[in-house]
Structures are given as C-alpha cells and as structure tokens.
Design a protein around this ligand. Sequence first.
Ligand code: PRP
Ligand code: URA
Length: 243
Amino acid sequence: MPSIVNGQAHGPAVTFESRLPLASESPNAQGHDLPSNARTLHQTAQLEGLLTIIRSKDTGRGDFVFTSNRIIRLLVEEGLNNLPVVPKQITTPLGDVFTGVGFQGKIAGVSIMRAGEAMEAGLRECARSVRLGKILIQRDEETATAKLYYAKLPEDIASRHCLLLDPMLATGGSVIKAIEVLLDHGVPEERIMFLNLIASPEGMKKVCTMFPKMTVITAKVDEGLNEKKYIIPGLGDFGDRYF
Ligand code: PRP
Ligand code: URA
C-alpha cells in the first residue's frame, strides 16, 4: 500500500481510486451495518490518506496535529450540512431578489476534554458565533471506565443545536456520560450531534441504541477494541499524540 506524506505518494504505483469503492456505491464502505442514526464521511481516497497518516506510529506531533485538523474540518462541515435551514430572501447588489436558505437556530460546541478540545478550533473557523462548553470526562487507565469531573456549558444550551466533540469513541462510556449531562441541562436528544474521528463498532452501536434520536457522524468505523479497550487499528491515544 502506498503511503502519502506531505502530498507525495511513495511506494508502488497503485492508485486508491482503483482499490477503494466509490462513496456513492457504498456509503459506509466499511462492512459494518451502521445504526440508522449514524453515518460516516464519504470514504474518499483523500480521507483514507489522511487517516493513514494519523494512524502511523511514525507520524510526529506536527503532522499529526495538521492532519487531524484537516479531518476535523471535514467533520465539522458535514455536521453543519445536517443542520436545518429555512427559506431566506435577500437582495443581490444588482437589485434582484433571490430566495435561498438561512441557518435556523443557534449552535453550541461541547468538547469532551481533553481530546475533544482539539476539535474546537475547526468548529470556530466554520461557525464564528458558536458558543463553546466543556465537559471533563476521563477514562480510568486500568478499567477503561469513564468518570465525569466537571461540566461548564453556555447558559442557553437547551435552546441550541449541540455539536458534541470527541475524536475517539471506544467503549462509548465517555460520550454516553456527556450526552447524559446535555440531557440533564435540557438539550433535546434530537438536537445533539456527535462529531467523531474514529469509532469502534461496539461503541457506536451502544451509543446509537441508547440515544436513537441523536446523530453520530464519524470519519471511520474501525474493527473493534483490544483487551485494553483501545480501538483497533485505531491510532493510539489521541490526546497524548495531539497535545
Ligand atoms: C479518550 C477519548 C474519549 C475516550 C473514549 O479520552 O478522547 O473521550 O477516551 O473512550 P471510551 O469510549 O471507552 O469512553 P481519555 O479519557 O483517554 O482522556 P484524554 O482526552 O485526556 O486523552
Ligand atoms: N482513547 C483513545 O485516545 N484511543 C483509543 O483507542 C481509546 C480511547
């Protein structure tokens, strides 16, 4: 398999286009039956190249941060694609009246610290007036059980579309705790959208079954979890590599 480093392909001259299914032929393209409230980004050769870089143990922090940020941007754009719009009439500089659409409602980004904070800048770049909240949840290194330490959310969070940010979905324990915090603060389940880089199939199924009215958008559903509840093949500890 060729590797893509700094935009240059190395290795045998095999194109991804000849090996990857078209997104339109196979929207999830990973052999997993995704729950109906979950979807992946389109599985393009570019995305596969970016994921290959962040998966590699040989990728240093600078390239890891740069490449993760590019995938995060794709996730944020896809999340925004799924927010509701209403018809909106404007007048162009030539005096024509044009009926387009405008976004309906306000949004909040809520990051699951620490790794989720890596996704805040990408959201701010696309949504300037976004309000941000933070929930500190940490997995116990030994048991992989998630523990909630702290939550600070915008006071009007219940009236906003909530984009929940965490790059890794392993057992699902952390994001389930975070969703419970949002529900406790009055956010309707159908207004929660979880943006995620890599998910395990079992974690994805658990979260989507518990909260069938929320939406999950992920870049990739991987093969599973190892005995330490790390995602396989995954990329290791996202927070340790990014920060
Ligand atoms: C990681 C990751 C998720 C969680 C996923 O965070 O960012 O929040 O683990 O695992 P789960 O689905 O099994 O709960 P971690 O607690 O390691 O903290 P960090 O963000 O500081 O690295
Ligand atoms: N957290 C990570 O950063 N990576 C995993 O594979 C699981 C939890």
